[in-house]
Design a protein around this ligand. Sequence first.
Ligand code: TXD
Length: 322
Amino acid sequence: MSRKKIALIGGGQIGGVLTQLIAQRELGDVVLFDVVEDMPQGKTLDIAEASRIDSFDINLKGANSYSEIAGADLVIITAGLPRKPGMSRDDLLTTNAEIMKKVAEGVKANAPDAIVIIVSNPLDAMVTLFQKVSGFSAEKVFGQAGVLDSSRFSTFIAWELGVSVKDVNAMVLGGHGDTMVPLVRYANVNGIPVMEMLERKYNDKAKAKEVMSAMVERTKMAGGEVVKLLKTGSAFYSPASASIAMAEAILKDEKRLMPVCAYLNGEFGVDGYYVGVPAVLGEGGVEKVVELTLDEEEQKAMDVSVNAVKGLVADLQRLNYI
Ligand code: TXD
């Protein structure tokens, strides 16, 4: 079996960590593309020179030309500016739309059969733009947001309850913005509802609710919390890990159920938009969107989030990007 070829578009903070993680896991050969001259070549050389220490046997190449990504099986896109303190993800719309348009044209011309994971912000709008410009089928183009947002939520729950994060299952749906929807009712520790554990811990329903609301709020603002601390740039280790989990599910045809920014054809009452929903990821990309029952409050929160995504897509249309 020949090795898979993975093209990373954007050799910045996330692109660099992606390269290292792919190398350490030997997921495939990597081409790291960036518009900045020499930088991706420098990063791949640096990581390749750790191959003896980390014991990996793959080819790593830096590139400034799209011809180098020819025949890629998987493309992960992180090209675009990150947030500065005080900015929302949506503030990046026009700058990153310009970049994403060029990226979509480059990928379409050189890797027309690839599966594409978008990471650049504002996420839901960038996925939409890439799919429209490339014309790739919708199940082969999707975005990473929910895996990270859910991991953040799970981490906070584990800290609060004093249990291993490995036993926490919690999902965040909706758009990748301040309106994202952490699913409280479905959050559990090895099947035990988190709310029940909180109520037992505090022996007080109101207090349990208060603690959960604080974790939900922290999850929604978690990206901004890191931006504020870093001062230059946004989170990059955890977004890279989240993208690798998705890449692995595809490359190894794992059929993992994850929250994915996927194209909806009527599921969750949404038609023709990309939104974060549970989906099965395998070698075909998004192989299935999995629906679940939302109560009135959850549905309301989902509607608000979907409307925020619709607003961004309308902006892209108004600005003639799509
Ligand atoms: O969960 C998520 N989806 C995210 C997304 C979590 C955190 C950050 N997220 C977003 O990813 C962030 O808001 C940015 O839009 C992207 C990339 O974040 P990163 O931290 O890696 O940004 P960098 O370090 O600035 O890297 C961006 C690179 C940089 O090297 C530029 O030279 C390059 O993008 N760039 C381009 N590459 C290719 N083609 C074009 N046109 C281009 N323009 C800039």
